[in-house]
Design a protein around this ligand. Structure first.
Ligand SMILES: Cc1cc2nc3c(=O)[nH]c(=O)nc-3n(C[C@H](O)[C@H](O)[C@H](O)COP(=O)(O)OP(=O)(O)OC[C@H]3O[C@@H](n4cnc5c(N)ncnc54)[C@H](O)[C@@H]3O)c2cc1C
Length: 463
């Protein structure tokens, strides 16, 4: 090959968005590199390969996902949202994006169904009565199928629940509201990405990203310290809690905009000897009681979310409980996953589970409950707790339309993951949609908002 054709080939690789991956000896060139194979990166990579982009997904963990914000088998998925209709739209659109994924896999001969991802269950919301009018109004607007008990008498008659005075119980019954399984969704997304011709490299931790002219140089290391280098026209960064350190050079502000927090989870079960004594009514009360968002306590610290993670072979459910306002600061991001729960955290988990079960008419004492597992997990908070899915803003304030960041997904990211992936894929391709819900979502999570956050940080650097 002449020197001229070599130069032309290199230029083509850099400028064409459609070319296939090329191994140029020490470096592989790709159309789009997606960093991070949790819920967000996987959803973005899937949407990009669907659109015909040539994509490589780099994930630092092995194929088995064990450390990240998407860890676990359940997250609450719900159509109703008290504060903003947008969250309802994000959930509903994610459900329809998941249906598309399931159909694609089915067409490829891979047998699966929506039930692999979503478990439809009544979603319970308990709150002080002053929020009742707002939840009724939002349920109507968001087309939620619901029932609500506003007094202890109604609680007993409608749900067999002993409601405290001044607290309402709202139950949502929409299809695919209940829980979603993040690890199952990640597995299906990875399968679909590969079937569509995308590549996934596990055990590839991105250690460096540099912008060179109109492309990016990306270095990875595996667990043995072996390095690889990639070049890409475009990048999606979806490294979850690791976003701050990963983007320390390209977007040093990111470390301040999003804060990883430790959130503990306790897995509690009724002791088998007690569970076997429960009659059918108590067992079905137990099933209907979850998932729940209980914000009825007088303090934020007293509120919790809880759901059935799985059931053992006897059908005895393992109940997961945690609290958004139980979150704590992190000293070392790599170590936090191995941190055990304190005595106080365990006590809080057992007491709240026991109290809640009794309220639901399940006759158990705290002593009837046993701890079967505990986990320290992490999510990344933005100040407003609204996620970021945006083109990157350089420290100069300039927008980089070839680099999209998905970060700060907070405690609400999972139910919207599939549409966040769609938004990231659209941003990378300079595309949009006409749907008002879509436009509202982009305004909330996109570059205008990111620029405002960065400006705010420059005005108040200590915040
Ligand atoms: C305890 C808890 C409860 C929650 N409850 C709910 C809920 O009820 N409903 C809801 O909707 N949401 C909930 N969420 C939020 C939701 O789970 C998260 O928003 C979502 O999982 C975030 O996904 P992610 O892809 O951004 O992050 P992650 O899952 O952390 O993915 C990031 C990925 O990037 C990889 N990575 C990191 N650094 C690198 C690197 N340098 N190179 C290569 N790969 C890298 C990581 O290994 C990881 O796989 C909860 C979260 C937690 C922790």
């Amino acid at each position: 090959m002449s020197a001229l054709s070599l130069i032309l080939t290199s230029l083509l690789i850099i400028f064409s968005g459609q070319l296939q991956a090329r191994d140029t000896g020490s470096e592989q060139h790709h159309d789009v590199v997606v960093i991070g194979g949790g819920l967000m990166g996987s959803a973005a990579a899937w949407q990009l390969v669907r659109d015909g982009k040539e994509v490589i997904l780099l994930e630092k963990q092995d194929r088995k996902y064990s450390q990240g914000s998407s860890k676990g088998r359940t997250r609450i998925a719900r159509s109703n949202n008290l504060s903003r209709d947008l969250w309802s739209w994000l959930h509903n659109r994610s459900v329809s994006e998941t249906e598309t994924l399931i159909h694609y896999l089915g067409d490829q001969g891979f047998i699966t169904s929506m039930f692999a991802v979503y478990q439809t269950r009544p979603v319970n919301y308990m709150r002080p009565l002053k929020a009742a009018d707002a939840i009724i109004a939002s349920s109507e607007r968001q087309q939620v199928d619901y029932k609500i008990a506003l007094t202890p008498q109604e609680g007993a008659a409608m749900f067999g629940v002993q409601l405290p005075e001044g607290v309402f119980l709202h139950r949502e019954f929409n299809e695919y509201s209940g829980t979603l399984n993040p690890e199952a969704l990640i597995t299906l997304l990875h399968r679909a990405i590969e079937l569509k011709g995308g590549r996934i490299v596990y055990n590839a931790s991105v250690s460096d990203i540099q912008r060179h002219g109109n492309h990016y140089l990306i270095a990875t290391e595996d667990q043995h310290g072996s390095e690889r280098r990639y070049t890409a026209n475009q990048v999606v960064s979806a490294a979850g809690p690791y976003t701050g350190p990963l983007l320390s050079e390209l977007a040093p502000y990111m470390d301040k905009l999003i804060t990883p927090k430790r959130v503990f989870l306790a897995f509690v079960q009724i002791r088998p000897e007690k569970y076997h004594q429960l009659d059918d009514h108590a067992r079905s009360q137990l099933q209907r009681a979850y998932p729940v968002i209980n914000s009825s306590a007088a303090t934020r610290q007293g509120s919790f979310y809880s759901m059935i993670e799985y059931s053992d072979v006897q059908g005895n459910p393992v109940i997961k409980i945690g609290g958004h306002f139980q979150r704590s600061d992190i000293n070392n991001l790599d170590d936090v996953w191995h941190q055990t729960l304190s005595g106080e955290e365990l006590r809080w988990s057992i007491e709240n589970t026991g109290r809640y079960l009794r309220m639901q008419g399940v006759p158990v004492n705290d002593e009837d409950l046993q701890l079967v597992d505990d986990v320290s997990c992490v999510y990344s908070l933005t100040r407003s707790e609204v996620p970021i899915v945006s083109q990157l803003v350089a420290p100069s304030g300039e927008m980089d339309s070839n680099f999209v960041v998905m970060a700060g997904m907070s405690g609400v990211g999972a139910k919207g993951a599939m549409i966040y992936g769609r938004i990231a894929a659209n941003l990378i391709q300079g595309k949009s949609e006409d749907d008002p819900g879509y436009l509202e979502a982009v305004a909330a999570v996109g570059v205008t908002r990111l620029k405002e956050d960065v400006d705010q940080l420059n005005i108040n650097p200590e915040k």
